[in-house]
Design a protein around this ligand. Structure first.
Ligand code: PBG
Length: 329
């Protein structure tokens, strides 16, 4: 018997009516990705004319300041409003003192970027792990990362970024009390307009692997479980956010992004605060690696990942795909 296409079930609801054309799909679209929600990470090293690709992050480079200016200017032209800087110092010591050297790569890059790339928002990552000889995020005593002495170092680093002209400082270390200490030090020195984006909810994650190659910050012994959060916890994440807001954070972050979308959604719902998500190095590397094998369609999975993060509640997304995604949009 021939199937007749005119047979009609008498349905009152036919959701497919709203999916029939791009025009109608765009009218009912609930979440929109725009380049102006992206923050683009840059790894800054010493030297000139340096553009060194990171093995586990194809398309991401360690850049000297002059190259970083070109990259940031290109990102700005693509519609990306902001960059976040990570530094690769020449010298490391147990206290991470290069983190507050006024002539270190990050501080130099901030000065030059603010001068040369108009209207670019410049954020800086504040942590010691790239600067300590042992690769830990703070001062080590025995097997302890000493909280309060580390906070003092972080305050010095954040201040040096503010002095260089950073618009936003972003402590990523997960020490207790660092947001309040940084806010107080900034205010006392007249940097009341420098904002703080706190890595409030940072999980102890295997997805940071490629970053540690990029930033040369792998701990020489032990791990980061004494300060970064247990992936199993969400009530604790909400407490962390509350504390950082109370201490004066202007923006709170959840990191990584895709394995923690439930956390992101809860943070946004509970606090209604400006919320960032970090689509981290391992999340980027997985998509890149699969795409290179032809196993996934890269532009598609890139956009799907980013829209998912936005839909879950992120106001802004830190992503190595910032330029690629901006160009698709
Ligand atoms: C710490 C820092 C890390 C990342 C951002 N800031 C690494 C870590 O905690 O080990 C990871 C970002 C990424 O994986 O893309 N300075």
């Amino acid at each position: 018997m021939a199937v007749t296409t005119r047979t009609s079930l008498s349905l009152t609801r036919r959701p497919r009516r709203l999916r029939r054309s791009e025009a109608i799909r765009s009218l009912v679209r609930e979440t929109r990705l725009t380049p102006d929600c992206f923050i683009y990470p840059l790894f800054i090293c010493n030297g000139a004319g340096v553009r060194r690709e990171i093995g586990s992050m194809p398309g991401v480079f360690q850049l000297s300041v002059d190259e970083a200016v070109k990259e940031a200017a290109a990102a700005k032209r693509d519609g990306v409003p902001a960059v976040i800087l990570f530094g690769l110092p020449d010298q490391k010591d147990p206290e991470g003192s290069a983190a507050y050297d006024p002539d270190a790569p990050v501080q130099s890059a901030v000065r030059v970027l603010k001068r040369e790339v108009r209207d670019l928002l410049v954020m800086t990552d504040v942590c010691l792990c790239e600067y300590t000889s042992h690769g830990h995020c703070g001062i080590v005593e025995g097997d302890d990362i000493v909280n309060d002495a580390t906070v003092e170092q972080l305050v010095r680093a954040a201040l040096s970024h503010a002095v260089a002209g950073a618009d936003v400082v972003a402590p990523s270390d997960m020490m207790d009390g660092r947001v309040g200490a940084i806010r107080k030090a900034l205010d006392e020195r007249g940097f009341d307009r420098t904002a703080i984006m706190s890595y409030a909810v940072k999980y102890c994650s295997g997805f940071y692997g490629p970053f540690r190659e990029a930033a040369d910050s792998t701990p020489q012994f032990g791990d980061r479980r004494s300060h970064q959060m247990d992936p199993a916890n969400v009530d604790e994440a909400l407490r962390e956010v509350q504390i950082d807001i109370d201490e004066g954070a202007d923006i709170v972050m959840v990191k990584p992004a895709l394995p923690y979308l439930d956390v992101l959604a809860k943070v946004k719902e509970r606090f209604g605060y400006p919320t960032a998500a970090y689509h981290v190095s391992g999340e980027y590397a997985m998509l890149k690696a699969a795409a290179q094998r032809g196993w996934v369609d890269e532009p598609r999975v890139m956009m799907e990942s980013l829209i998912g993060i936005k839909r879950a509640g992120a106001d802004m997304i830190i992503t190595y795909y910032a330029r690629d995604a901006a160009r698709v949009l």
